[in-house]
Write a protein that binds this ligand. Structure first.
Ligand code: URA
Length: 436
């Protein structure tokens, strides 16, 4: 009987990274593959993740580590569509419903959008959760179904299968419980491996900055964006990034059904200006990035929003996945309004605390397996700088579990202030920087 031998010992490679040495391509390929084959134990991958978090990785190491995740599963291929493809990834924020509008907009301009999306965890919402507020809508599609929706509608949003970057799926779960999420090399590899494996030809990253985002400072966000743009371009995906504001929540709503309502307002030609402006900016970036595949966009994003063409694509996209586009979107049966107790100006609206309030009302989950309340969430009636009168409604809370309102109000009380015009918070610009 022959015994398979491994070319390296895990402990030696962990020690190398602990001692700030670079890992070779062979080391990296083996380490990730051996982990997926269960030759490397969970505690060894945890130790490696901590060594990477503490000591970082070179650009070469990050690209190789990302490719090892991609190679752990299938890589999708949309070439038989015969059309350029582009996708967007947001690092997540509060009230971020942009994907739901953006994908039909880009498809209406002539570029296909094959999007694999995720669910929310903690105070940020997830695209699949929002779409599941629509009765009948199905997130789980086979590859053939995904192709069919993409081919007939031009845009699809669905869940990633277990065979897509499985190494990332397992390592991400480990990082979550070993305090190793906040590592730029590991975040970049995690996000980019899934987008590269998804098979998109172009990718625009919306890297959020501010209290409601993963990255709290512009410097951190810029480093993450540069790292991810480098990985994508090295892998042959035309990639660019916008750094965008998440100090104040986006639009006027957070929570699943509430956000779908807002999406419909924007697709009908109305809605909040920040949501419209960011959608149009990201759509133009996606269309421009897709020109490297020979795409010649047929329309402008602002026009397809205004004339209803994007709404037509939305209706087809939702129906193609079983969703009832005309169904009533239920709001929580209990509501509560917070009113201003003095005259003045709204001086501050904090994205993180609004996200926490929405989550406490039932819109988000604490653990992956938790159920969520589609009708839960928060609507804010003013944004920083607006004049306020005593008694004026500032927030409306919705939930199906009345007992949750008390805790949500504690978070909301820290989310805003009313004061003098001179005290209005200095806001980040909606689009802070562009990285190519
Ligand atoms: N999102 C991911 O998919 N991975 C990370 O590591 C962080 C955010």
């Amino acid at each position: 009987m022959t015994v398979a031998t491994e070319p390296f010992a895990a402990v030696d490679l962990i020690a190398a990274k602990r001692d700030k040495h670079e890992l070779s391509d062979e080391h990296i390929d083996w380490f990730v593959d051996a982990y997926v084959r269960n030759v490397i134990a969970e505690e060894q991958m945890s130790a490696m993740a901590m060594a990477i978090l503490l000591n970082g990785m070179s650009r070469r190491e990050i690209v190789r580590w990302t490719n090892a995740y991609v190679n752990s599963g299938e890589r999708m291929d949309w070439s038989r569509l015969g059309k350029a493809t582009a996708d967007k990834h947001s690092t997540g924020g509060v009230g971020d419903k942009i994907t739901l509008i953006l994908n039909p907009v880009v498809a209406a301009c002539g570029v296909s959008v094959p999007q694999l999306s995720g669910r929310g965890l903690g105070h940020t919402g997830g695209t699949l959760d929002k779409l599941e507020a629509i009765p009948g809508w199905r997130a789980q599609l086979t590859n053939e179904e995904m192709f069919s929706v993409l081919n007939s509608v031009g845009a699809v949003i669905c869940a990633a299968s277990d065979t897509l970057a499985p190494a990332d799926r397992r390592i991400y779960a480990l990082r979550d419980v070993t305090a190793t999420v906040e590592s730029i090399p590991l975040i970049s590899a995690s996000i980019m491996s899934k987008k590269i494996a998804e098979g998109t030809g172009a990718l625009v990253l919306d890297v959020k900055v501010g209290s409601g985002a993963f990255m709290k400072t512009v410097e951190q966000a810029r480093e993450l964006a540069h790292t991810m743009v480098g990985i994508g371009n090295d892998a042959g995906v035309t990639t660019r990034a916008l750094l965008t504001a998440m100090d104040v929540p986006l639009g006027r709503t957070a929570g699943n059904a509430l956000e779908v309502h807002e999406v419909l307002e924007v697709l009908a030609g109305g809605g909040p200006s920040d949501v419209i402006d960011l959608t149009v900016a990201l759509a133009r970036e996606m269309l421009d990035a897709a020109t490297s595949q020979g795409a010649q966009p047929t329309r402008d994003p602002a026009d397809v929003l205004n004339d209803g063409t994007a709404m037509d694509v939305w209706r087809k996209m939702i129906s193609a996945q079983g969703g009832d586009v005309d169904a009533y979107l239920p709001l929580g049966q209990h509501s509560h309004t917070v009113v201003a107790d003095s005259d003045g100006f709204l001086t501050r609206l904090d994205a993180f605390q609004v996200g926490v309030a929405s989550w406490r009302l039932g819109a988000g989950r604490a653990r992956k397996e938790d159920a969520i309340d589609m009708g839960a969430g928060v609507r804010w009636h003013a944004v920083p700088g607006e004049a306020i009168h005593a008694g004026q409604p500032l927030f409306t809370l919705h939930t199906n579990d009345e007992a949750r309102i008390k805790n949500a109000l504690v978070a909301l009380s820290q989310a805003f202030s009313v004061g003098a015009a001179d005290d209005v918070q200095q806001r980040l610009p909606l689009i802070i920087d562009r990285i190519v």
